[in-house]
Design a protein around this ligand. Structure first.
Ligand SMILES: [Zn+2]
Length: 100
């Protein structure tokens, strides 16, 4: 995903994988272009965040992506986090489900 912000262009990748019977989502965020087309792309200074699912949670790709993205951005300044989230949410609008 390309995150175009006033602070520059960032890229975010996320992948979901089964590990020891639990699903993890790993999100990598870095500035500028990818060092390669491989995944992981191997770009220096990539921030990563991991969302781990409890045994009792139901796996949801969107939730895993958001939790992992939040963790990946944790060390960045607030204004940059805000800009990245704005770009993220423009591409992944929040889908509200109707309460039963
Ligand atoms: Zn990349």
């Amino acid at each position: 995903m390309i995150l175009d912000t006033s602070e520059g262009i960032y890229r975010a990748h996320s992948k979901h994988e089964r590990k020891n019977g639990q699903t993890e989502t790993v999100c990598s965020v870095h500035q500028g272009r990818c060092a390669s087309n491989a995944r992981p792309c191997g770009t220096p200074d990539t921030l990563t965040g991991t969302a781990k699912l409890s045994k009792h949670d139901v796996f949801c790709r969107a939730t895993g992506r958001k939790v992992a993205f939040t963790k990946a951005l944790a060390s960045l300044p607030r204004e940059l986090r805000r800009a990245l989230w704005q770009s993220y949410l423009a591409q992944h609008p929040v889908v509200r489900t109707k309460a039963a």
